[in-house]
Ligand binder design. Structure first.
Ligand code: GLN
Length: 486
C-alpha cells in the first residue's frame, strides 16, 4: 500500500495508525534476526507517535500529510534523545541534544519513528561491512550485501520492516543500496534538503534522501523534507514545487540520453546492461526519444571523489578528539596521546584509511597536486553534464555495475569496493538530483536498478520520468517477503 492510499484509509477510519505501526514492529521482530537492518528499534516511541495520530483523528483534527507512516532513519541523522552512532565505536553512546531538520520535518508531518538503521561506519563504504556493529543482509539473499552505505535503510524497506526510510548519499549511498535491494532511492539536488543534524562526511557532496517502495512515495517524502533552512547555509532558498502533482505528466517527446561511457564501464555486468537498456526501450515505447551521447570525464568521477571526499572527511572528523564528545581511551598519558589513542581505538580501518588519505591530499606541498587538481576535474565533470543537458532532458545509466555481491568479496581490495560507486558519483560531483528505480532481476534473482539523472532542481522531471517508467514496467510486483521468515 502506498502512502497516498494509506492516508485515505486512515482518514476514513478503516485502519488505525497503531495497527500499521504494530504490523511493522511484528515484521521487524520476525525478520531482524536474519536481516539486521536496525541498530535500534524505538518501540515505545513508535507506539506513542501512532497513538497520538489516532487520538487526533478521533478528535476530528485534520491530519498532516505523513500521519501514521512508520519510518526508519539512517543512524547518521541526529535524533534528539535517541542514540545516533554512525555505526562507529566513536559515537556508540552519543545521544544528540538536538533533532536534525529533516527528521524534525517528518515528525511534524505526522510520521512515526520505528528506529535507527545500520550503515557503513560514518557512511564510508558500499556494503555495510564497515559497520562496527556487524553488517546488514540483503533481503533477497542473506548471503549478499544490501549495498551501502545506507544498507540498513534499503534492507528495511525491501523486507517490509518500515514503509519508507531516510538515507544519505555522498557518492551513491542511497542509489546503490536501493538498486541492490530492489527499492526506489532518491538523491536530491545538493542543497534541496537541509544537512543540519546529518553527521558530516564530505560536506560538499552529502545529501539526505528517501528510500521507498515506489516513486510516488519518494515524492511524498521529498515534499516534506525539502526546502530552505536557516540552520544550513548551503540549503537552497528555491520554493518547493508540488512533487506529487508532477508524477502524472506524460513523458512523450522527452529526450533521454544514454551516456556511452557508462555502458562501456569497466566491470559492467552484461545482465545489468541488458536490463537497463530494456528500461530505456520501455521509455522509448512511452514516446521518449533515445539519444546516445558522450560524457568523456564521467569515468574520472571515482578518482576525483576519492581525493575530495577523504579530504573533506579528514577535516570533518577532526572534531572527534576524545574531549568534547565520543569515545575516550582509558589509557593514561598526555592529552595528545589520549586524543591519538581515542581516534585509533574509536575509528575502524576504513575511516582511518580515509582520514590518512585526506590528510595527505591536503598537506602542504600536495594540496595543489591532489586536492586542487581533483576540484578542477570536478568542474570538467560538471561541464560534461551541462553539455549533455543542452541536448537531452534526462540521462539514463545503470545504478551499479553489478548486482549485490557476496560478503567479503571486496574486503581484500578497497579499490574494487570503490568501483561500486563508478556510476553514482558523477551526480554528486555536479550536485545533480538522481534516482534509482528497480528495472529487473539477474539470473540469480537479485534486483537491478536503473539510474535517472536530471539538471539542478529538476526533481519534478526526475520523478515524472521515474514514475511513468515504473508504472509501465511493473517490475516490482515481486517482493522478497516470503522467503525471509524461516
Ligand atoms: N561508497 C561510497 C564511499 O564509500 C559512497 C558513500 C556514501 O555515499 N556515503 O564513500
Amino acid at each position: 500500500m502506498g502512502i497516498a492510499e494509506w492516508r485515505e484509509q486512515l482518514r476514513r477510519g478503516e485502519v488505525s495508525a497503531r495497527e500499521l505501526t504494530d504490523l511493522h514492529l511484528a515484521r521487524i521482530g520476525a525478520v531482524e534476526p536474519a536481516i539486521h537492518a536496525y541498530l535500534e528499534v524505538t518501540t515505545e516511541r513508535a507506539r506513542a507517535d501512532a497513538d497520538r495520530i489516532d487520538r487526533a483523528r478521533a478528535a476530528g483534527e485534520s491530519l498532516p500529510p505523513l500521519a501514521g507512516v512508520p519510518l526508519a532513519i539512517k543512524d547518521n541523522l541526529c535524533t534528539k534523545g535517541i542514540r545516533t552512532t554512525c555505526s562507529s565505536r566513536m559515537l556508540e553512546n552519543f545521544v544528540p541534544p538536538y533533532e536534525s531538520t529533516v527528521t524534525d520535518r517528518l515528525w511534524r508531518a505526522g510520521a512515526v519513528l520505528l528506529g535507527k538503521t545500520n550503515l557503513d561506519e560514518f557512511a564510508m563504504g558500499s556494503s555495510t561491512e564497515t559497520s562496527a556493529f556487524g553488517p546488514s543482509r540483503n533481503p533477497w539473499n542473506p548471503e549478499r550485501v544490501p549495498g551501502g552505505s545506507s544498507g540498513g535503510s534499503a534492507a528495511a524497506v525491501a523486507a517490509g520492516e518500515c514503509v519508507a526510510a531516510l538515507g544519505s548519499d555522498t557518492g551513491g549511498s542511497i542509489r546503490q543500496p536501493a538498486a541492490f535491494c530492489g527499492v526506489v532511492g532518491l538523491k536530491p539536488t545538493y542543497g534541496r534538503v537541509s544537512r543540519y543534524g546529518l553527521v558530516a562526511f564530505a560536506s560538499s557532496l552529502d545529501q539526505v534522501g528517501p528510500f521507498t517502495g515506489s516513486v510516488a512515495d519518494a515524492a511524498e517524502l521529498l515534499q516534506v523534507i525539502s526546502g530552505a533552512d536557516s540552520r544550513d547555509a548551503t540549503c537552497l532558498q528555491a520554493p518547493v514545487p508540488d512533487y506529487r502533482a508532477a508524477l502524472q505528466q506524460p513523458v512523450a517527446g522527452l529526450k533521454v540520453g544514454l551516456i556511452r561511457e557508462c555502458f562501456e564501464a569497466p566491470g559492467l555486468d552484461p545482465q545489468v546492461k541488458a536490463s537497463v537498456l530494456a528500461a530505456a526501450e520501455q521509455l522509448q515505447s512511452l514516446g521518449c526519444e533515445l539519444v546516445e551521447l558522450s560524457c568523456p570525464r564521467f569515468n574520472d568521477g571515482i578518482a576525483t571523489y576519492y581525493v575530495i571526499a577523504p579530504s573533506e572527511a579528514s577535516a570533518n572528523l577532526a572534531r572527534y578528539d576524545g574531549v568534547k564528545y565520543g569515545y575516550r581511551s582509558e589509557a593514561s598519558g598526555s592529552l595528545a596521546e589520549m586524543t591519538a589513542r581515542s581516534r585509533a581505538e574509536g575509528f575502524g580501518d576504513e575511516v582511518q584509511r580515509r582520514i590518512l588519505i585526506g590528510t595527505y591530499a591536503l598537506s602542504a606541498g600536495y594540496v595543489d597536486a591532489y586536492y586542487k587538481k581533483a576540484q578542477q576535474v570536478r568542474s570538467l565533470i560538471r561541464r560534461d553534464f551541462e553539455r549533455a543537458f543542452a541536448s537531452v532532458d534526462v540521462l539514463l545509466t545503470p545504478t551499479s555495475p553489478s548486482t549485490a555481491f557476496r560478503f567479503g568479496a571486496h574486503s581484500e581490495d578497497p579499490l574494487a569496493m570503490y568501483l561500486a560507486d563508478l556510476l553514482t558519483i558523477p551526480a554528486n560531483m555536479a550536485g545533480l538530483p538522481a534516482i534509482s528505480v528497480p528495472c529487473g532481476f539477474d539470473q540469480q534473482g537479485l534486483p537491478i536498478g536503473v539510474q535517472l539523472i536530471t539538471g539542478v532542481l529538476q526533481e519534478e522531471l526526475l520523478l515524472q520520468v521515474a514514475h511513468q517508467y515504473e508504472q509501465a514496467a511493473q517490475v516490482m510486483l515481486r517482493r522478497p517477503a516470503a522467503e525471509l521468515v524461516p
